[in-house]
Design a protein around this ligand. Structure first.
Ligand code: SF4
Length: 692
């Protein structure tokens, strides 16, 4: 037995992510950083904490030196990995103490009991804010010198749940109140230096939190619980100091990204001061290079005022659904289309694109309500729509037995994209439980939606085809109807575009499994695991096919878009030759900008030459006149060429993400804004003069 007066209690604190083909979650492990900062403060000289993000390093550390306590976060993206590593540890240290904490834990007692019975190596689960439950546990751990039978003595520990094996009883402590002055209580993981080692890895992105908690109560989300409704703010002085600190590390880095873990950035007064600081850092250091965070759902004018100040900020307005019954069923307030539309218009006036997220298949959803949501958002002029499948998260109202009885969910299982690996010779991966049907929609509806989501990605997201869209809007085309027509044609289309799309549809069907057991049995076989490594299976399909569209047969997609646009417009006009000529010019322009963009040739400066008949650059910029008004008296040659910054970024993408296709799909799909990499059009001098 160790003597606490002679030896510190050693703790390995892990918030793991898979890094097999690509780092699955790129942000710094800030959640365990807060816990470490708090515990170090409360137990000075008594504990020694090491933080881990990558499983390989944690396995190595366990092999080298076994800690007294292994504390692991438990979320959908690392739950099986955590279980595996806890098993590995407890086999080597039978008196070691295993603590879990995180969102992936039901609040239903029976499910908690079955968790402890299934995972016997887990001694304790810390719920909600990990700092306080872990503190209480450590007090007892230290008091009893780590003796398990005394710690797990049947008395409750605040903030913790455990299973008393002898008494066969679940012991649940009280939940500590989140302190009002959270700033004074929990030190900063950045300013205490705990995050310093993570700056060395340019593939990791700093994450920061200025507000903890969310006042809303969405039933599908962990953050929607009663505990988390206690909203607390870290002081602006502290957040500003953290931003300065992070910038000092990252101002010369290749990765100048920054993420906020707030649920509602921009909704609170202190966010205004924080935004000023971000603008200041952008001006001084070019950091952060871009800014992504979910925007607040209330105080929309404040959110607008804040986002418009920050350079390269994307306004992400999470709508989820526009149907009032569906929204009511998940405890979200009614969606006011006019109000949102006016915010979207304001963003557009400032030249800021607006993105939104939607979830397909929430309670009460029908095939039509989801289609109507997409229709509403397209009509509102949203620039990007990110669709998600409804996922069941333990610890949410949606995942309870009551919800199952009420909505008769058809639940299926699939691999959580990119979350797999082989550690110490054993295959490990994560699965997610998703809704593909309920008492209001069928699996056929679900598969139809998935196909339409693929079309949305191709048509709208990343703005590859924004010139086609501008033209179609100019012709007063209803873009929702165009999407449906596009969907209907591409499914049966001959050629590469149709082939790729059918491959997407096939994978969308094949990725879902009736039972988790079948899924496990399949991927635990070595040859099937290899399919995860190559990207043949287990990818985020919308991300994968988006990048395939860009990198393989982009010309076929341009041709298909052109033909679809001609077909769609030809039913309403006799001027079809003019339309063909204008659309053909747009197609050439898009090819010039983006064909084979992610290639060594682009980095080496290869240019593309096109002859165009309309001053398309001017048309695009001015946006208020018809393309036909920009017809040139004679055609001109345009040289499309990448600027130095684009070449540098493309070179960075190709160098940093060459582990395989999966790596490239993830990086391009989520880390880079592709339109910023497009070649720029240059008119030759003579022709420019002529044109003028
Ligand atoms: S979905 Fe967003 S708004 Fe709703 S509870 Fe979760 S964090 Fe809060």
């Amino acid at each position: 037995m160790k003597n606490s007066s002679q030896k510190k209690t050693t703790i390995y604190l892990a918030d793991l992510t898979y890094d097999t083909t690509v780092i699955s979650l790129e942000h710094f492990p800030i959640a365990v950083g807060y816990i470490a900062a708090y515990i170090n403060q409360q137990f000075p000289c008594t504990v020694e904490i090491k933080i881990f993000k990558f499983p390989g390093l944690l396995f190595d550390a366990i092999d080298k030196c076994l800690p007294d306590i292994l504390a692991v976060s438990h979320f959908p993206w690392n739950k099986n990995l955590g279980i595996y590593i806890a098993d590995y540890y407890s086999c080597r240290k039978t008196n070691g103490f295993v603590v879990f904490g995180g969102g992936e834990f039901s609040f239903e007692k029976e499910k908690q009991v079955s968790f402890f019975n299934k995972h016997k190596m887990v001694d304790m689960f810390v719920m909600y804010d990990g700092e306080f439950g872990f503190e209480k546990l450590l007090e007892k751990y230290i008091k009893y010198n780590g003796e398990k039978k005394d710690i797990l003595d049947g008395q409750s520990i605040d903030g913790c749940v455990y299973w008393h094996r002898k008494q066969k009883k679940l012991i649940t402590g009280n939940w500590a109140k989140r302190p009002d002055a959270i700033d004074d209580v929990i030190p900063s993981p950045y300013l205490t230096g705990l995050m310093d080692p993570f700056f060395n890895n340019p593939l990791l992105t700093p994450m920061i939190q200025s507000t903890r908690g969310c006042p809303f109560t969405c039933t599908y989300c962990w953050a929607g619980n009663k505990y988390n409704r206690q909203v607390r703010h870290f002081s602006t002085e502290r957040v500003i100091a953290e931003l300065e600190y992070i910038a000092s590390f990252r101002k010369n880095s290749t990765n100048k990204l920054l993420t906020f873990s707030n649920a509602n950035f921009g909704m609170y007064q202190n966010d205004e001061i924080i935004a000023e600081k971000i603008v200041d850092l952008q001006e001084k250091y070019g950091f952060p290079s871009s800014f992504y965070t979910p925007c607040g759902k209330d105080n929309k004018n404040r959110v607008f005022g804040i986002i418009k100040k920050i350079k390269n900020a994307a306004a992400i307005v999470s709508v989820q659904s526009t149907d009032s019954i569906v929204l009511k069923n998940v405890n979200r307030s009614v969606f006011k289309i006019d109000e949102y539309k006016s915010i979207v218009d304001q963003f557009h006036t400032e030249g800021i694109p607006v993105e939104t997220e939607i979830i397909a298949g929430m309670p009460g959803e029908t095939k039509q309500t989801h289609l109507q949501t997409i229709r509403d958002l397209i009509h509102m002029g949203l620039d990007e729509i990110h669709p998600f499948t409804l996922m069941f998260l333990n610890g949410t109202v949606l995942c309870t037995d009551e919800s199952q009885n009420k909505h008769q969910w058809d639940k299926r299982f699939r691999i959580l994209p990119r979350n797999f690996g082989k550690y110490r010779g054993k295959i490990c991966f994560e699965t997610e439980m998703v809704a593909v049907g309920s008492n209001t929609y069928t699996i056929e509806d679900y598969l139809y939606w998935r196909g339409l989501h693929g079309v949305l990605r191709i048509i709208f997201n990343y703005a590859f085809f924004s010139d086609f869209i501008q033209y179609l809007k100019e012709k007063k085309v209803d873009m929702f109807e165009f999407c449906l027509a596009f969907y209907s044609s591409v499914k049966d289309s001959k050629g590469f575009a149709g082939e790729q799309f059918r491959s997407f549809l096939r994978e969308a069907h094949e990725e879902i499994w009736d039972t988790e057991e079948e899924l496990y049995a399949y991927y635990l076989q070595e040859d099937n695991y290899q399919k995860l490594l190559t990207g043949e299976k287990g990818e985020n399909l919308l991300g994968k096919y988006k990048v395939i569209t860009v990198c393989e047969h982009f010309d076929a997609w341009c041709d298909f878009f052109y033909t679809e646009s001609v077909n769609f417009l030809s039913s309403n006009t006799t001027l079809i030759d003019n339309i063909k000529s204008e659309l053909s010019c747009i197609k050439d322009h898009i090819m010039g900008k983006a064909f084979n963009i992610l290639s060594d040739e682009t980095v080496k400066g290869k240019t593309i030459k096109r002859t165009i008949h309309y001053d398309i650059v001017k048309w695009q910029k001015e946006k208020n006149k018809l393309l036909s008004e920009y017809k040139l008296s004679q055609p001109i040659t345009v040289i499309y060429e990448s600027d130095e910054e684009s070449k540098r970024t493309i070179s960075e993408i190709l160098t940093l993400h060459q582990k395989g296709k999966s790596d490239l799909w993830k990086a391009v799909g989520s880390r880079y804004y592709l339109p910023a990499l497009f070649r720029k059009p240059y008119y030759t001098k003579h022709q420019t003069e002529h044109n003028e």
